[in-house]
Design a protein around this ligand. Structure first.
Ligand SMILES: Cc1ncc(COP(=O)(O)O)c(C=O)c1O
Length: 376
C-alpha cells in the first residue's frame, strides 16, 4: 500500500530493446553508425525543421546554441528568471549580459509584456523557455524579434509533442533545443537536440559538437569546440521513443486531466494552467502552487509528502537569486515577484509517463489531507 511513488518513471515499452540490440550486434556504439543520423532526421521531421544536431544532453544543446551566436562581451540576451541554470551558463561564460524578465502568473511562462522594455541597442537575442505545460506566447516574441532584428533561441526541452497555434514547439527559434532526460516525453537516458532551418548554423553546431575537427586536417584546429556527441545507444532509444510520441502526449494529458479532477477544490492549492488561447497544457510535469494562506512553503510540503513515500521536486529557483550568479555581481537589487513566489510556493507531484491512475489517487489523498488539516 505504501510503496514509494517516484516523481518520475519513464516508459520504455516500445522498440527500445530491439534497437539497442541492433547497436550491440552491429558494434555501432559510438556516435558513428546509422542511429544518430536516423534519430536526427526523424526528429527534424517531427518538429518540421530542416536540420537537427544530436548532442549529449539538453544543457549541452543550449551551450552550443548560445555559442553559435558568437556573443561578444557586453552583448545582451533576454531570458526568464524562472528557468533552469542550463539556460544562462553559456551566456555568462561568454561574457555577455543576461537580462531577465519575470513570469506571467497565468501561464507560468516568461511575461512577454516585459520583453520590449528590456530591449536595448546591445540586445542580440531573446531566449524563450516553455515551462512545465504551456508554450510561451510566441507571436509576441517573434514580432519583437523581427522589429529589433534579434535572434530567437527557443528552449523546448520540456515540450516534445506540444504545439503553439497548431505549430510544433521547437519550430520557432533560429535555434531551438530539446532535452531527452528520462522525465521528458522522449528520453534517451541523457541526450539533447538542436534544430534549425539554417544550414550554416547547423554546420557550425556539428563542428562545435565535435571538437571543431577539420574535414581535411583533422587535428589542426581553428576554433575551440567541445565533445558533445550523442552515442548510437542513446539515439537507438530516441528512435524508439519518437515512434511513441503521440501516445506519450495522450498519456500525459490523461494524467493531467486526472490530477485536475482529483485535486480540484483542495483548500490552499492552486492548480496549473490548463490551456491558453493558443495551446492546451501538455503537463510535462504536474506542478502546483501553495496559496499564501498555507502556513508553510513548498519545501515543508514536499517533506510531508516524502514522509508518505511520495516523490516530489521543487520548482526552479530564479536566476537572480542564484548564489553563484550573485557572487559574480549579476542582478544586484533586481526583484521579480511572480517568479520568486513560484519558486517558494511551487513543486510538482509524481508525473512520469509510467504513473498509474491509482498512484495519482494516492498522491491526491495525501495532498488533500495535509492541506485540509493546515488550512481547511
Ligand atoms: C527548460 C529546460 N531546459 C534545459 C534543461 C536541461 O536539460 P538536460 O537535463 O538534458 O541537460 C531542462 C532539464 O530538465 C529543462 O527543463
Amino acid at each position: 500500500m505504501n510503496e514509494p511513488i517516484p516523481v518520475n518513471e519513464p516508459l520504455l515499452d516500445g522498440n527500445e530493446k530491439k534497437y539497442l540490440l541492433e547497436c550491440i550486434d552491429s558494434g555501432w556504439i559510438s556516435s558513428e553508425g546509422p542511429f544518430v543520423r536516423r534519430f536526427e532526421e526523424e526528429f527534424a521531421a517531427t518538429v518540421g525543421r530542416a536540420h537537427a544536431v544530436a548532442v549529449c544532453n539538453g544543457t549541452a544543446a543550449l551551450d552550443a546554441a548560445v555559442a553559435a551566436l558568437d556573443l561578444k562581451p557586453g552583448d545582451e540576451i533576454i531570458l526568464p528568471t524562472f528557468t533552469i541554470i542550463s539556460c544562462i551558463t553559456q551566456i555568462v561564460r561568454s561574457g555577455a549580459k543576461p537580462v531577465l524578465v519575470d513570469s506571467d502568473p497565468v501561464t507560468w511562462n516568461m511575461d512577454v509584456n516585459q520583453i520590449a522594455d528590456r530591449i536595448t541597442a546591445k540586445t542580440r537575442a531573446i531566449m524563450v523557455v516553455h515551462i512545465y505545460g504551456l508554450p510561451v506566447d510566441m507571436d509576441r516574441v517573434l514580432e519583437l524579434a523581427r522589429q529589433h532584428g534579434l535572434a530567437v533561441l527557443e528552449d523546448a526541452a520540456e515540450m516534445h509533442g506540444q504545439t503553439y497555434r497548431g505549430r510544433p514547439c521547437g519550430s520557432f527559434g533560429d535555434l531551438s533545443t530539446f532535452s531527452f532526460y528520462p522525465n521528458k516525453h522522449v528520453t534517451t537516458g541523457e541526450g539533447g537536440m538542436i534544430v534549425t532551418d539554417d544550414p550554416r548554423l547547423a554546420a557550425r553546431l556539428r563542428s562545435l559538437r565535435n571538437l571543431c575537427f577539420q574535414p581535411t586536417r583533422r587535428f589542426v584546429h581553428e576554433e575551440l569546440g567541445w565533445n558533445l556527441r550523442m552515442t548510437s545507444l542513446q539515439a537507438a532509444l530516441g528512435v524508439a521513443q519518437l515512434e511513441r510520441l503521440g501516445e506519450a502526449v495522450r498519456r500525459k494529458r490523461a494524467m493531467g486531466r486526472q490530477y485536475n479532477e482529483l485535486l480540484a477544490g483542495i483548500p490552499g492549492l492552486t492548480l496549473p494552467p490548463v490551456a491558453a488561447d493558443y495551446a492546451e497544457s501538455i503537463y510535462w510535469v504536474y506542478g502546483v502552487l501553495l496559496e499564501d494562506r498555507v502556513p508553510f512553503d513548498a519545501e515543508a510540503m514536499m517533506k510531508r509528502l516524502g514522509a508518505l513515500h511520495i516523490g516530489t521536486r521543487p520548482f526552479f529557483w530564479c536566476m537572480h537569486e542564484q548564489p553563484v550568479l550573485r557572487r559574480l555581481g549579476w542582478f544586484e537589487g533586481e526583484r521579480y515577484p511572480v517568479a520568486e513566489r513560484m519558486a517558494r510556493r511551487g513543486f510538482y507531484v509524481p508525473s512520469g509517463l509510467a504513473l498509474r491512475p491509482e498512484q495519482a489517487e494516492r498522491v491526491a489523498v495525501a495532498v488533500r489531507s495535509i492541506l485540509t488539516e493546515a488550512v481547511g
